[in-house]
Write a protein that binds this ligand. Structure first.
Ligand SMILES: *Cc1c(COP(=O)(O)O)cnc(C)c1O
Length: 391
C-alpha cells in the first residue's frame, strides 16, 4: 500500500531546470551545487535589505549553504516564508542580545575528551563531523559547526573509543555533529563498528537533518549498512510541514523500512512554526511519514537568535492546543535545554493543579477538573507544582 499522498509535493527541479534526473538524485551533485553566496541567492530570490545585510555580515560565524533540494522550497517573493527564515541569514544574526551565549547548552564544559559530550549518566553525544548539508541559522552548535567560527571541532576518535571502553555505564551513543550522514558509508560504518564492538553499548542513534536537507543521501546502500547495527534509531529535524516533500517522505520511508525507528526534533521558531495550526499540520504529516514527534525545543540562547525566538508561554500554549486534542503519538515533549549545561528539562502545561497526601487534582484537556485519591501510607515525596521554590 502506498502512503497517503495528500499534502506531499515535489519542488524539483525548481531553479535547476537543466539538471538531469541522475544529477538531481545524486547527493554529491546536490552538495556541489549548494547555494553558498549572496550573489547566488540573489539570482533566484528577491532578498530584503535585512537579508542582504545578514548575508554580508554573518559569514564569520556560521557558513551559509543550502542544498538545491531545500532551496527550491523557498518562496522567492515572500520574505516571511517559513523555510527562508530557517536558512537565509538576517542582520539580527550579528546582534548579540542579553543572555545569549556561544555555547548555550554548556557542552564544552562537559567534554571529557574532544568531540564527546557526557552530560547524562548513561548516554553520550558523539560529534563526528562539523559539516552539515545546509546550515540552520539558529544552530546551537554554530561555535564549532561549518568551520568558519572561532572554535574548531577537533574530535579525537581514538580517545573517544578509549573513553567509552573505560566507561561501562554508557549504554547509549548519539552520533551528531554537524551531520553524521554527510560522512561516506565507509567512514560511518567504521565508526558504528567501533561502537558496536563495545559490549556495554546497547543503543545507537543518529541525529540528522540530512533526510530533510538532502533526501538523496538516503540511498538503499546506506539503509542496508545502517541496518547491520540495530538497535539503531534516528532523530530527524523538521520544523515546518512544507519540508515534508515527496522526496523526504520517501527517504524517511526507506529508513523506516530498514527497521530504524524515527523521531523528530523540532525547534520552536518565530515566524516558522510558532502557532498551533502549523504545528498540528507538521506533527500529523510526520505521522504519515512514520516519524514520531519526539521533542519540541525552546530555541537555545545562541548568539544572534533573538529574531527567531518565541516566549515559553507560546510553546506551552501550542502544547496545550495539541495534548488531548489530537493523537497522543503526535504530541512531542516540549523541553528547554537549561542554559549553562543543565540538560533538557521538560516543560508542560500544568495538568496537576493540586497534590497532597490525600489526593491529586487534575485538569483535563478541556479544562475540566478531576480528583484522583492518593494511595494511603505511601512515603513518596509529594510533588506540589503550586509550591514556589526559593532559589
Ligand atoms: C540531547 C542530548 C542527549 C540525548 O538526550 P535524550 O533525552 O536521551 O534524547 C544526550 N547527551 C546530550 C549532551 C544531549 O544534549
Amino acid at each position: 500500500m502506498n502512503p497517503p499522498s495528500r499534502g506531499f509535493h515535489t519542488h524539483a527541479p525548481g531553479f535547476w531546470p537543466e539538471a538531469t534526473d541522475a544529477e538531481w538524485n545524486d547527493w554529491r551533485w546536490q552538495l556541489r551545487h549548494r547555494i553558498t553566496s549572496l550573489e547566488q541567492a540573489e539570482q533566484h530570490l528577491r532578498l530584503t535589505p535585512d537579508e542582504r545585510e545578514g548575508l554580508l555580515l554573518t559569514r564569520h560565524k556560521l557558513a551559509f549553504a543550502i542544498t538545491p533540494h531545500y532551496f527550491n522550497l523557498i518562496e522567492p517573493d515572500n520574505p516571511d516564508c517559513p523555510i527562508r527564515r530557517q536558512v537565509i541569514p538576517r542582520a539580527g544574526e550579528a546582534v548579540i542580545t542579553s543572555g545569549e551565549m556561544a555555547d548555550p547548552c554548556g557542552e564544552d564544559s562537559h567534554m571529557p575528551v574532544p568531540g564527546l559530550v557526557h552530560r547524562y549518566p548513561d548516554r553520550v553525544l558523539f560529534l563526528v563531523t562539523d559539516r552539515c548539508a545546509s546550515y540552520c541559522r539558529y544552530c546551537t552548535r554554530s561555535r564549532v559547526v561549518s568551520g568558519v567560527g572561532e572554535q574548531e571541532l577537533e574530535t579525537d576518535f581514538e580517545a573517544v573509543y578509549e573513553y567509552l571502553a573505560a566507561h561501562t555505564e554508557v549504554r547509549d551513543v548519539l552520533l551528531s555533529g554537524g551531520d553524521a550522514l554527510l560522512l561516506s558509508d565507509d567512514k560511518l560504518r567504521k565508526i558504528l563498528s567501533r561502537l558496536r564492538a563495545l559490549p556495554h553499548i546497547e543503543f545507537l542513534r543518529i541525529g540528522s537533518r540530512v533526510p530533510i536537507f538532502l533526501p538523496q543521501r538516503i540511498t538503499p546502500e546506506l539503509c542496508n549498512m545502517l541496518k547491520e547495527f540495530h538497535p539503531l534509531w534516528m532523530s530527524v529535524h523538521v520544523n515546518h510541514p512544507r519540508e515534508l516533500t515527496t522526496e523526504v517522505r520517501d527517504a524517511l520511508g526507506r529508513l523506516a523500512d530498514a527497521g530504524i525507528p524515527l523521531g523528530n526534533q523540532s525547534v520552536l521558531l518565530a515566524g516558522v512554526n510558532d502557532n498551533p495550526d502549523t504545528m498540528r499540520a507538521l506533527i500529523h504529516r510526520l505521522l504519515c511519514c512514520r516519524v514520531r514527534p519526539y521533542y519540541l525545543y525552546q530555541c537555545d540562547l545562541i548568539h544572534g537568535s533573538a529574531h527567531l525566538r518565541t516566549s515559553v508561554a507560546k510553546g506551552l500554549e501550542i502544547i496545550e492546543s495539541l495534548r488531548g486534542h489530537t493523537t497522543g503519538y503526535a504530541v512531542p515533549q516540549y523541553v528547554i535545554d537549561a542554559p549553562g549545561g543543565g540538560g533538557k528539562v521538560p516543560v508542560s502545561p500544568g495538568y496537576v493543579v493540586y497534590h497532597d497526601k490525600e489526593k491529586v487534582v487534575l485538569r483535563n484537556y478541556e479544562g475540566r477538573i478531576f480528583e484522583y485519591p492518593e494511595k494511603p501510607g505511601d512515603t513518596s515525596a509529594v510533588v506540589r507544582p503550586e509550591a514556589i521554590l526559593e532559589y
